[in-house]
Design a protein around this ligand. Sequence first.
Ligand code: NDP
Length: 317
Amino acid sequence: MPARILDGSKIAHDIRSEVAAEVKTMAAAGVRPGLAVVLVGHNPASEVYVRGKVKASNEVGLHSEQHTPPETATTADLLAVIDNLNRRDEIDGILVQLPLPPQVDSKTILMAVDPAKDVDGFHPVNVGLLSTQRPGLVPCTPAGVMQILERSNIPIAGQEAIIVGRSDIVGKPVAMLLLNANATVTVCHSKTRDLPEVCRRADILIAAIGRAGMITHHFVKPGATVIDVGMNKVTDAAVFQRLFGGRLYKNAKREDSFRTKGSTLVGDVHPEVAEVAGALTPVPGGVGPLTIAMLMYNTVKAAKLRRGSRVPELTSK
Ligand code: NDP
């Protein structure tokens, strides 16, 4: 039986509605949470992401503003921007869009963001709060993965969770969240021996690798839940053919769009996995939409934590 497809777009929409309702309640009490996005220079991909974040902020009723220092900005210039945002009381969340230009020391910049306003959850203080199960700001994509699992009624406690990828942005925080939710967690990476065999132990398999279609059916235990975090732009016709050339995985709409645009967005999980897995997130329309939804949630959470009020619980279904 083909896998149940976990609809990330629908879950993200639900979360954004819940956040919008919370923002409305806060507005009635005279508080409007504010998000500042810092975008340095003109990276076309970053510009697209930032546009999406600003649009979503407006839709849920947050105050949002963009700061756009030039491509030539130095570490000192950006520290001054961050310092100003840290001081402004009406700003609850600060997001520095990565990557920063090469002359800028990214770690110094991310460390300078006030942990209470660090809506990306990358500051070591928030990493520490997560690993000791204290209230803090959790990175958006990993928090989104948890929302997909919880709202899809996938059991987590006691389950074997295998994560492929150990980045600070995705793999490690997902591992910590799953461990906090009482899964038995294994984190794999490029030096892991017998990766397919390890992955086949998973009840929940998380792919956060950055390699188009690497997770084939050999990696998946029948019935497992597979969460595909990967977002890979495929431009090579041979790679496209490997992923979508099979009789079962033919996808006319995607073929048309690949032919017209010369590229398509694919995950780390091969489409054939839909024949083995019990549940699977699609790409696009799986984890991706949750990242912005959780950024909206984190901005409201930061506003509440800073003001010492109760943080809104997200409904779990
Ligand atoms: P990184 O490049 O930082 O990390 C990739 C990880 O995968 C590393 O730990 C690496 O191992 C591991 N890896 C690479 N090749 C292999 C291999 N052959 N076998 C086993 N492990 C391997 O990537 P990110 O974590 O930042 O992102 C991962 C994917 O998720 C990307 O496709 C990215 O675009 C996507 N992403 C999607 C988001 C969304 O909103 N949906 C948000 C963020 C990321 P090692 O550490 O040993 O090098």
